[in-house]
Design a protein. Structure first.
Length: 381
């Protein structure tokens, strides 16, 4: 289920590099979608090689880039909100009220709920490293709470700042692809700084995306293959090199990502649409993983009396069960409705995207179901 996320990270790196080097979003418009996706695949192969060599230095780079992006996000909010008072710019979205933030509930909006679930996810990527903290039972939950607060603050204030900067009734078609760079570019214009802020953000985002890609290659494979049971995972997939990298697991990941990078070029001829499609696919596939988390949570709550867990989320058992079931149902609903493409319905491209959105989860789950069969066959020899 992590494959679509890995397939999109090189796209984000390419777009960020384009803004950092050219000062605009023209890079993805100058070449064919096949050429750009080919370059995306090359970037993925390179960073997969980097991940296979170990990533001690990238941990430092990732930490610095992450802090820089967080600081830039807060700086953006502060400068954007205060710009009308300090400079002569006017608020793009006039008459901002509480009603402005209340969405119009229709089928189109419902299909975007999965994007919200996807947006608040991601913290699970650091779970393989929880035991590296000094006191996991206390430090890890505190870290999760701090992360949730930071995400919520940035999302709320960022939405307000974006509403002040862009007219909510006239949103650019490529805002999902280039919106963050447009925002910093406009901010630089407000304060007579040119593209300086945008370039700084693009560089920080490039480094952050690189670190996130490498971590996202390494961490899931550590979880899947690190302590794999030979009854369910073929032993050949767990073979490691001198750096502790599961070589065959990396190769299998590469094949899946390569297919998902190049296959959409058969029916999606525009890089902006391809980026948005893959982002929407992520909003369906990634939250599907959380369903297993909620099932596990419900099972743990039911069997809690048999164990003495170091950390307990909700001590009231009926309330914990209710929360687990509600989270499962809401996430499942979001994933099912998110399958429908966010574009004009029943066109050739809409049908192609819908087919990919339906097929991808089944294929990825199917691969997971095949592993025990392959392991059983290998063990019988």
């Amino acid at each position: 289920m992590h494959i679509p996320y890995l397939a999109q990270k090189p796209q984000a790196i390419l777009i960020a590099l384009g803004w950092a080097m050219k000062g605009d979003g023209s890079l993805i418009k100058e070449y064919s979608v096949v050429a750009l996706q080919g370059l995306t695949l090359v970037l993925f192969i390179f960073f997969m090689w980097v991940a296979s060599r170990g990533m001690k230095s990238l941990k430092i780079v990732g930490s610095v880039a992450g802090i820089a992006m967080f600081v830039m996000s807060l700086l953006y909010v502060a400068m954007a909100v205060t710009a009308p008072a300090i400079t002569e710019v006017h608020i793009a979205t006039t008459n901002i009220t509480w009603e402005t933030f209340i969405p119009h509930i229709d089928f189109t909006y419902i299909t975007t709920i999965s994007m919200l679930v996807f947006a608040v996810g991601g913290a699970e990527k650091i779970s393989p490293y929880v035991n590296q903290t000094r006191n996991p039972g206390k430090e890890f939950p505190k870290g999760m709470l701090c992360l949730a607060v930071m995400v919520a603050v940035c999302a709320i204030l960022g939405s307000l700042a974006m509403g002040m900067m862009f007219d909510s009734r006239n949103i650019p078609d490529d805002l999902m692809t280039n919106g963050q760079y447009y925002a910093f570019q406009k901010l630089g214009e407000y304060y007579n700084m040119g593209n300086t802020l945008m370039v700084i953000y693009a560089i920080a985002n490039t480094l952050g995306q690189v670190a996130a890609l490498v971590f996202s290659i390494d961490a899931p494979l550590k979880v899947l293959l690190g302590d794999a049971d030979s009854k369910y995972i073929p032993a050949s997939l767990c073979r490691t090199n001198a750096s502790g990298t599961p070589v065959n697991g990396y190769f299998l990941t590469l094949v899946q990502v390569a297919i998902l990078i190049m296959l959409p070029t058969l029916g999606i001829g525009d890089m902006n649409n391809l980026y948005k499609w893959l982002l929407n696919l992520n909003s369906v596939v990634m939250p599907l993983r959380y369903l297993w988390v909620f099932v596990a949570f419900i099972a743990v709550v039911r069997l809690a009396q048999k164990y003495k867990p170091e950390y307990v989320f909700i001590r009231n058992k009926p309330l914990a069960m209710t929360v687990g079931i509600w989270c499962f149902a809401f996430t499942a609903f979001a994933c099912l409705t998110g399958i429908f493409p966010k574009m004009e319905a029943f066109t050739a491209e809409w049908t192609f995207q819908l087919a990919l959105n339906v097929a991808t989860p089944f294929v990825l789950v199917g691969l997971g179901l095949i592993f025990p069969l392959l392991a059983r066959k290998a063990n019988s020899k």
